[in-house]
Design a protein around this ligand. Sequence first.
Ligand SMILES: [Zn+2]
Length: 305
Amino acid sequence: MLFKSRLELLEITLLRSLNARMRLSDKDVSNYTRLRKGLEGEQKSDLWLEGLSEEWLVIHDLLLEYNNSKFQIDTLLISHDKIYPLDIKNFEGDYFVEAEKWYTSAKKDMKNPVHQQDRCVVLLRSLLRDLGYHYPFEPYLIFINSEFHLYITTINPSLVFHSQLNRFLKKLNARSVKLNKGHYKLAEQLVALHMVESPYPNLPAYQYEDLKKGILCPKCYSFFSEIHGSSLVCGNCGCKEEVESAVLRSVTELVLLFPGYKITTKIVCDWCEIVKSEKTIRRILGKHYKQIGHGKSANYVLPKD
Ligand SMILES: [Zn+2]
């Protein structure tokens, strides 16, 4: 049973928007690409785990802390007698291991994912012990990408490769035993401890004036280039969207990028650019937001309920 799903990291949402609206440094582009690729792998894995029977609690994306050390669990499976922390890797291409060191095919050394996972498992085990749980652990590294190959001389049963995914799932399903209230309580406690980190310190510096204005296509993230009646059309991928939903999406984006800004008709008109009519913008804001004040100083906030 899916207990906690995965949301897109706000950092990815914001970097996607900044990537379209300004020139990112190489470092920021590679950070954005790495995050996006990681998320793609996790989403593939989430889909694969939908094949698990109901007698498993599936918790995606936990950011926890123990003794001032933060650690991330991509997916945690809770079964009747064991805890399975899964680390999802979306590596692509050839890799090899030599004397416990991991390298890409270009001989670039990298962080050993087994050691990274060991650290998380030690911290998670201590956290659970403090909460009074003593389940055994069975951690796995899941290599979700079919284009990944690891040259390795020893058998390591905690590594699961793409060609083994089906058999691995069958093995887990064969162990399905009904869960009790204690398992649900553990899941609830872990989800309550999940931390949400502010993405803003990791972002490049940006200013409203420097960002390119316009409405981004929700499919390909290029700017909408045409408006036909009440629809916007993307010149790049052909995607069509109603002006109203596109404006609302853009307002959400604006609020995320500039949390302190007051949402006024004027700023939304400037931000969306392609929708020239202030009247249309005012109507859309008035329909979905709560108006504070009147006339030129009127601004809009989301209704509480
Ligand atoms: Zn498009």
